[in-house]
Ligand binder design. Structure first.
Ligand SMILES: [Cu+2]
Length: 122
């Protein structure tokens, strides 16, 4: 009986330790918000994105049209947007404000008006 009881106590300790590790591992993984940005001649959807300062955000850039670009020069990020592919761009802005982004690959007559903004708040 004693051996069985000790075994149960040991198993309970082992299980609770494992659960503790699992919980620690779970909470240590940062959750990154994902925003899908669709580029279509001649607009981005959404055209305005809001993020908190220091937050990481993954932009998933897609298009069904032609090769385009996503460029947010004030945040130091850019990527091509290739038809049929998902281009992932992570941003973690450290300054607040409203920062423009634009298409920087000529895609047609309305290309110059293809833009949007990322607002970073505290
Ligand atoms: Cu363009």
């Amino acid at each position: 009986m004693r051996k069985t009881r000790r075994l149960h106590v040991a198993m309970a300790l082992f299980t609770s330790t494992l659960l503790g590790f699992a919980a620690a591992a779970w909470t240590a993984v940062p959750v990154v918000r994902v925003v899908k940005v669709s580029a279509k001649r001649y607009e981005f959807r959404p055209a305005s994105i809001t993020i908190s300062r220091g937050e990481s955000l993954d932009l998933e850039l897609v298009t069904d049209d032609v090769l385009m670009g996503f460029n947010a020069p004030d945040l130091g990020v850019r990527s091509n947007i290739v038809p049929g592919q998902v281009s992932c761009l992570r941003i973690t802005p450290q300054k607040t404000g409203t920062f423009p982004f634009l298409c920087d690959v000529f895609c047609g007559s309305g290309h110059e008006d293809m833009n949007g903004s990322i607002t970073v708040v505290d």
